[in-house]
Design a protein around this ligand. Structure first.
Ligand code: SAM
Length: 277
């Protein structure tokens, strides 16, 4: 086809993906805002809302790029901690029925459990930009940055409470292999969460979305990043990715339980979730 990447053999895909993100790393955040009209922020916020992590949780964010998910995770956990402290302070002043429903223990409040987030990405340029961002906004505590492949994670078994992959899995060559690795590094009871472009369900919205993405995205790519090809790849990889039900089935096949998904923006993006038993 005229898209050029369609005929890329499997072995070439990883190299192409690496080049794409190496090229766009410096402009990646700006491009995300421009292309999604800022909406990627809401999708990411929504992911955290569904996740609802508690203090002490350990996150692995794979294909984490410039760290958006990890930053939100640490911020969310800290706000939970503050909330719990305030509630504890209130309940010592005026004992109430709420005391028995507190979801924290005395030890937690005296010595709060630290949450940690590991950002893992195959591309060191993306991680470099993320690390700089973390330093400049002062959220480096609890964060670590690791170069690694989703298909062969550099971590031991049963390490994490939550595994996230946002807009990353469609770039991976062997998705089943990445899912196996997610299952391996999660603790029993841990949760897999994947945010990815999916299939728009409403036919009118689908048509608009098609026009927008095929006509506009490569143009924006050229104008902002001077890189038409990379953004053509982006649009194409979205079209090739399995739809909601198909992907749900793949996650079940990998061995996850209670797999479900939520559509955001009419299915432009879907959040899939599953648990390791
Ligand atoms: N999660 C970030 C976000 O939501 O903004 C970044 C998403 S970005 C579209 C996709 C990322 O996947 C890139 O940083 C790329 O380097 C990474 N990636 C591609 N293939 C990978 C692989 N096999 N293992 C780990 N990361 C990979």
């Amino acid at each position: 086809t005229h898209f050029g990447f369609e005929t890329v053999p499997e072995a070439e895909k990883a190299k192409r993906v690496y080049k794409v993100f190496e090229n766009v790393a410096q402009k990646y955040d700006l491009m995300n805002d421009a292309m999604s009209l800022g909406v990627h922020r809401l999708w990411k916020d929504q992911l955290l809302h569904v996740m609802h992590p508690q203090p002490g949780a350990r996150l692995l964010d794979v294909a984490g790029g410039t760290g958006d998910i990890a930053f939100r995770f640490l911020e969310y956990v800290r706000s939970q901690q503050e909330r719990q402290k305030r509630r504890a302070a209130r309940s010592t002043q005026t004992p109430s029925w709420q005391d028995i429903s507190n979801d924290y223990s005395k030890e937690d409040l005296e010595r709060p459990r630290e949450s940690t987030a590991v950002v893992c990405d195959i591309n060191k340029e993306m991680l470099k930009v993320g690390k700089q961002k973390a330093d400049s906004i002062g959220v480096s505590a609890g964060l670590s940055w690791v170069v690694g492949d989703a298909e062969e994670l550099p971590f031991d078994d049963d390490q994490f409470d939550i595994y996230t992959i946002a807009f990353g899995i469609r770039n991976v060559t062997h998705i089943d292999q990445a899912l196996q690795e997610a299952l391996r590094v999660l603790k029993p009871g841990g949760r897999f969460m994947c945010l990815e472009f999916s299939k728009v369900t409403n036919p009118v919205l689908a048509r608009l979305y098609d026009i927008y993405s095929f006509q506009m995205i490569p143009v924006l790519g050229e104008v902002i990043a001077g890189d038409w090809k990379s953004y053509q790849y982006l649009v194409e990889s979205i079209r090739k990715f399995p739809d909601q039900e198909e992907f749900k089935h793949m996650i079940e096949e990998a061995g996850f339980c209670s797999v479900q998904y939520f559509n955001f923006t009419g299915g432009v993006v879907a959040l899939h979730s599953g648990f390791k038993l």
